[in-house]
Structures are given as structure tokens and as C-alpha cells.
Design a protein around this ligand. Structure first.
Ligand code: HEC
Ligand code: HEC
Ligand code: HEC
Ligand code: HEC
Ligand code: HEC
Ligand code: HEC
Ligand code: HEC
Length: 351
């Protein structure tokens, strides 16, 4: 999380996009890039005009190594109607920088530092530097209930500020929020209507877009029972994918298994009906499918921790994990198989 934004003047290797062959989407030169934004899924390019930054209208799809258009169409994201249609008149200060820097000041447009620095999650640190004891800093692990996850959800969500506009400007991030506050006092999560496929949500209410782990997770029983984002992730860095505390199924099996309260009751093979080492036995494959679109066909994982039955795909188009992996099979095939699974209720399969 520490290196999303880089200045190509000091980090010449930061630019991943291919500028060597002309491409009609790429209307700008490498030399005009003040900042690169992102490196894992997609990279966008900022340029400076006056005291604001703007994102050029093309982005590099890192995984497919190709250029794609970057433009938020009117009628999609809530803020689009409050901004000119021209991409180069949509400043990144109100639309991006609050989540991609520390202490973005809406009056001076200055930041303490770019990227996700310590103070973004631990609050102001100067007193702590002077008096380095636990009581002079916010430790998210010691916050009550939702306030702990709010530290993450301030950035990992699609929402709208409760107060808008502020001095005539529409911000797409929770202006004024500090770790330890209750985020819902200043921020609302994007609404969804069951049965409707929208810019942000699938018809079942799960995230259709990236950066919605918070929107998803607050719906989960795990969140209700007090399991926090940082039970699974250590944001200070780990050797594993997505900064997980343990790799693969190990992260889930700390709390789940036949002897443990949250279940499931049987062995892994009994629960998943695949060999324990099969891809079809990975907890995340069925409970965290890749359905939240970030760029092109590249998706990130759902965080509702439900299971989408194949009938839901027929009913309203939400992808189900079975036929997303078994791409040559039908939803009827998957439903028939599931009806024979010992730990699945046939009432729920046909729902
Ligand atoms: C993205 C949010 C985030 C950022 C950025 C972050 N932290 Fe943390 N930090 C947390 C959370 C959440 C916890 C509590 C859970 C845990 O220990 O991981 C924590 C806990 C800690 C702890 C207590 C660990 C313990 O053993 O009790 C220390 C010390 C700490 N962070 C230092 C830092 C420093 C120094 C930085 C900057 C280099 C930093 N953190 C950046 C979220 C963050
Ligand atoms: C200031 C905004 C901000 C906050 C606060 C924040 N994140 Fe992030 N997070 C980001 C951004 C931006 C990225 C994308 C990083 C990149 O592309 O390198 C990210 C990426 C991640 C990733 C993926 C890392 C990877 O290598 O795939 C995880 C996991 C994550 N964040 C978890 C958390 C958790 C848990 C918390 C709360 C303790 C948290 N984040 C708080 C902005 C934030
Ligand atoms: C509400 C907070 C928030 C706002 C506003 C926001 N981002 Fe992000 N952004 C994140 C988080 C969190 C992630 C990583 C999680 C994810 O994508 O699922 C991310 C991911 C990204 C990535 C992908 C990083 C990678 O390594 O692939 C890019 C590029 C990016 N943001 C650019 C922007 C731009 C440009 C804007 C403004 C138009 C913007 N963001 C607005 C929080 C935010
Ligand atoms: C820190 C402990 C902990 C970890 C780690 C954990 N879980 Fe859970 N999980 C729980 C608890 C507690 C419940 C709620 C049980 C209840 O409601 O009785 C739960 C419930 C669930 C449920 C039930 C459905 C629902 O609505 O939430 C699923 C599915 C699930 N977890 C999947 C996972 C997966 C997949 C992983 C690994 C990525 C995982 N869990 C990691 C503690 C944990
Ligand atoms: C092949 C798909 C698949 C895989 C892989 C899978 N599950 Fe499930 N899981 C299901 C289905 C189907 C249900 C029943 C959902 C329902 O009734 O709504 C379920 C339900 C659950 C539940 C809640 C009810 C119960 O049975 O106690 C938990 C907890 C759970 N799974 C945890 C896990 C864990 C942990 C893993 C990894 C070891 C895992 N699952 C792997 C398909 C899967
Ligand atoms: C029960 C465990 C668990 C909890 C709780 C959890 N995550 Fe995750 N998260 C995972 C797993 C597993 C992955 C997928 C890693 C992989 O692809 O191998 C993941 C992936 C991610 C990613 C990377 C994007 C992607 O989908 O690959 C981000 C960002 C993220 N989580 C943020 C969060 C935030 C923010 C919260 C709290 C609102 C949260 N997570 C809660 C287990 C968890
Ligand atoms: C991430 C990929 C993945 C997911 C998700 C998955 N499977 Fe599988 N499945 C496999 C693989 C790989 C095999 C081959 C045998 C093995 O490795 O266990 C398999 C084998 C099977 C078989 C036996 C062979 C056949 O093709 O008839 C059935 C039946 C099956 N899966 C049903 C399901 C159902 C139902 C679901 C959803 C609940 C599901 N699978 C989810 C990967 C997956």
C-alpha cells in the first residue's frame, strides 16, 4: 500500500505503460507525467496544471499489458454530474487524493505525504514522537467495534460524504475523518437496491466494482461477530498475497473447522466435495469469488463471504463460483451436483 503514487523523475522505472508504440488512446507524452498512480492492477497518469493535478484519459491494464480508456461517464459515479465532461477539468484533489495521501488539506491542497502513511491509520503522530507511549497514538486494534474497521473503510469503500458540497466542491472521500472517529458520521456507503444491477452493485447487493471491500464486509456475519479486516490482513506487510497473515486456506482454518464454533462441521473434502488439494477446495474460490471489476476483465475478490448459488445466476446474472471455474458447464449441472452435496440444504440450492 506504501507505493501507489510515484514520481517518475525520481523513480524512472515507475512507468509501466508502453509509450514506445503510438496508440490512439494515449494523447500525452511520458514527459508530461507528474505522478504514476498504481502498479498492481492498473496504472493511471497525473499531470500538473496550476495547483491541481489531473488524470490523463488512458490507463495501463497491468495484468493484460494493454492500454484502456480512462473516463468516468456521466450517469455512473455519483459525482460525475457535478463536474465538466472534459476529463482534464476533473481535479484529483477532490476526487482521488484524500485516499491516496496523508492529511490532504482542502484549503491549501498540500499533503503531509503521498500514499498510505502511518498517520492515515494511526492519527496524528507528533505527540507520539515527543512522548512515545501507547496513549499518545491510535491503535486500531484497541478501538471499539466498527471504529476499528472504519480505519480501513475510509478508503476501501464507495460512498458519499454526508456534507456536500463543501465550499462549492464535491469530494469523493470522507473529508475530516480521523482514525478513532465513527466514519458513518461523515460518510454514507453507496446504496443498492436488491434485484438491480448498478454501477456499483450486483443485483444481490455484493460489490460489482473495486475498492468496495468495506461495502461488502459490513454485510458479513464475520463483521457482525467482531472479526476485523486486520484479523486476516497485516497492512504493515507480510510475505503473502494481499498482505494476508497466513497464506491460502490457513488464514480461514484458524477459526473454521469441524471442532470450531463457526464450522463447517465436516472435513474439507466433506464440505467442498473436491479433493483437499484441489483448486475447488480453496475457501476463497467459493466464498470470495473474483467479481468486483477493477479494469477491463481484471476483478478483485468479493468480501461478503456468502455463497452465490447457481440459480441466482439464472435469476439475475450474479456470477456463481461453480460455473465461473467450470466454464464449460451449465448452471443446471452445478445445481444438480450441489443437490447431492451432504452439507448443503436442497431448499437453499433451489431458492
Ligand atoms: C493501512 C493502515 C495502517 C498503516 C498505514 C499503518 N498501520 Fe500500524 N497498525 C494498523 C492496524 C490495523 C494495527 C492493529 C492491528 C495490527 O497489529 O496489525 C496497527 C498496529 C501497529 C502497531 C502495534 C503493533 C502491536 O504489536 O501492538 C505499531 C507499532 C504500528 N502499527 C506502527 C505503524 C507504523 C510505524 C506505521 C508507518 C510506517 C504504520 N503502523 C502504518 C494499521 C496501519
Ligand atoms: C489511505 C487509504 C487507505 C487506508 C486507510 C487503507 N488502505 Fe488498503 N489500500 C489502499 C490503496 C490505495 C491500495 C492499493 C495499493 C497498491 O496498488 O499498491 C490498498 C491495498 C490494500 C490491500 C491489497 C494489497 C496487495 O498487495 O494486494 C489490502 C489487503 C488492504 N489494502 C487492506 C487494508 C486494511 C486491512 C486496512 C485497514 C487496516 C487498509 N487497507 C487501509 C488504501 C488504503
Ligand atoms: C475513497 C477512497 C479512494 C478514492 C476517492 C480513490 N481511490 Fe484509488 N484506490 C483506493 C483503494 C482503497 C484502492 C485499492 C483497493 C481496490 O482497488 O479494490 C485504490 C486503487 C487504485 C488504483 C489501482 C492501484 C494498483 O496498484 O493497481 C489506482 C490506479 C487508483 N486507485 C487511482 C485513483 C484515481 C485516479 C482516483 C480519482 C479519480 C482514485 N483512485 C480515487 C481508494 C480510493
Ligand atoms: C478470526 C476468526 C475468523 C477467521 C480468520 C475467518 N473466519 Fe469466517 N467466521 C468467523 C466467525 C466468528 C463467523 C460467524 C459465525 C456465526 O455467525 O456463528 C464466521 C462466518 C463465516 C462464514 C458464514 C457466512 C457469513 O455470512 O459470514 C463464512 C462463509 C466464512 N466465515 C468464511 C471464511 C473464510 C473464507 C475465511 C478465510 C478467508 C474466514 N472465514 C476466516 C470467524 C473467522
Ligand atoms: C466448492 C465450494 C466451496 C468451497 C471451496 C468452500 N465452501 Fe464453504 N460453503 C459452500 C456452500 C455451498 C455453503 C452453503 C451455503 C448456504 O447454504 O448458503 C457453504 C457454507 C459455509 C459456511 C457456513 C455454514 C456451514 O456450513 O457451517 C462456512 C462457515 C463455510 N462454508 C466455510 C468454508 C471454509 C472455511 C472453506 C475453506 C476450508 C470453505 N467454506 C470452502 C461452498 C464451499
Ligand atoms: C476473513 C478474512 C478476511 C477479512 C476479514 C478481510 N479480508 Fe480482504 N482478503 C482476504 C483474502 C483471503 C483475500 C484474497 C487474497 C488472494 O487473492 O489470495 C483478500 C483480498 C483483499 C484485497 C486485495 C484485492 C483482492 O481482492 O485481491 C483487499 C484490498 C482487501 N482484501 C481488503 C480488505 C478490507 C478493507 C477488509 C475489511 C473491510 C478485508 N479485506 C477483510 C481475506 C479477508
Ligand atoms: C476454482 C475452481 C473450482 C471451483 C470454484 C469449483 N470447482 Fe469443481 N472442480 C474443479 C477442479 C479443478 C476439478 C477436477 C477434480 C479436482 O481437482 O478435484 C473439479 C471437479 C468437480 C466435479 C467432478 C468432476 C466433474 O467435472 O464432474 C464436480 C461435480 C464439481 N467439480 C462440481 C463443482 C460445483 C458444484 C462447484 C460449486 C459449488 C464447483 N465444482 C466449484 C475446480 C473448481
Amino acid at each position: 500500500m506504501a507505493n501507489v503514487i510515484q514520481d517518475p523523475a525520481t523513480h524512472p522505472t515507475a512507468i509501466l505503460g508502453d509509450f514506445s508504440t503510438p496508440n490512439p488512446l494515449v494523447t500525452f507524452r511520458k514527459e508530461e507525467v507528474a505522478f504514476t498512480y498504481g502498479s498492481k492492477w492498473k496504472q493511471r497518469y497525473f499531470t500538473r496544471r496550476g495547483d491541481d493535478y489531473f488524470a490523463f484519459p488512458a490507463q495501463w491494464d497491468v495484468q493484460n499489458k494493454t492500454w484502456r480508456r480512462y473516463y468516468v461517464e456521466p450517469g455512473t459515479d455519483w459525482w460525475a454530474e457535478h463536474y465538466p465532461a472534459d476529463q482534464m477539468q476533473r481535479p484529483t484533489g477532490p476526487l482521488c487524493d484524500g485516499c491516496h495521501s496523508v492529511n490532504y488539506d482542502i484549503k491549501t491542497k498540500a499533503v503531509t505525504e503521498w500514499n498510505v502513511g502511518c498517520e492515515k491509520c494511526h492519527g496524528a503522530g507528533s505527540l507520539h514522537v515527543e512522548y512515545p507511549v501507547a496513549s499518545t497514538i491510535v491503535n486500531p486494534a484497541k478501538l471499539d467495534g466498527e471504529r476499528a474497521d472504519d480505519v480501513c473503510i475510509q478508503c476501501h469503500s464507495q460512498g458519499q460524504p454526508r456534507r456536500k458540497p463543501i465550499d462549492g466542491v464535491y469530494y469523493d472521500w470522507p473529508v475530516g475523518y480521523q482514525p478513532g472517529d465513527r466514519l458513518s458520521d461523515v460518510w454514507t456507503l453507496e446504496e443498492h437496491e436488491l434485484g438491480k444491477d448498478t454501477f456499483t452493485h450486483w443485483p444481490d447487493g455484493s460489490a460489482h466494482k473495486n475498492r468496495m471491500q468495506g461495502n461488502d464486509y459490513v454485510q458479513s456475519q464475520m463483521s457482525v461477530k467482531g472479526v476485523r479486516c486486520f484479523a486476516c490482513h497485516d497492512v504493515h506487510g507480510t510475505p503473502y498475497e494481499a498482505d494476508l497473515r497466513e497464506p491460502g486456506n490457513a488464514i480461514c482454518l484458524q477459526c473454521h473447522g469441524p471442532q470450531l464454533q463457526p464450522g463447517p462441521r465436516g472435513t474439507i473434502e466433506h464440505h467442498t466435495q473436491h479433493a483437499a488439494t484441489s483448486e475447488g477446495s480453496r475457501c476463497a474460490a467459493c466464498h470470495m469469488p473474483l467479481i468486483a471489476r477493477t479494469v477491463g476483465n481484471v476483478n478483485v475478490r468479493s468480501h461478503t463471504f456468502t455463497f452465490t448459488f447457481p440459480v441466482a445466476t439464472d435469476r439475475d446474472g450474479v456470477p456463481n463460483p461453480c460455473t465461473s471455474c467450470h466454464t464449460n458447464r451449465s448452471t443446471e449441472w452445478a445445481t444438480d451436483a450441489l443437490k447431492r452435496w451432504p452439507s448443503v440444504s436442497s431448499w437453499r440450492v433451489a431458492k
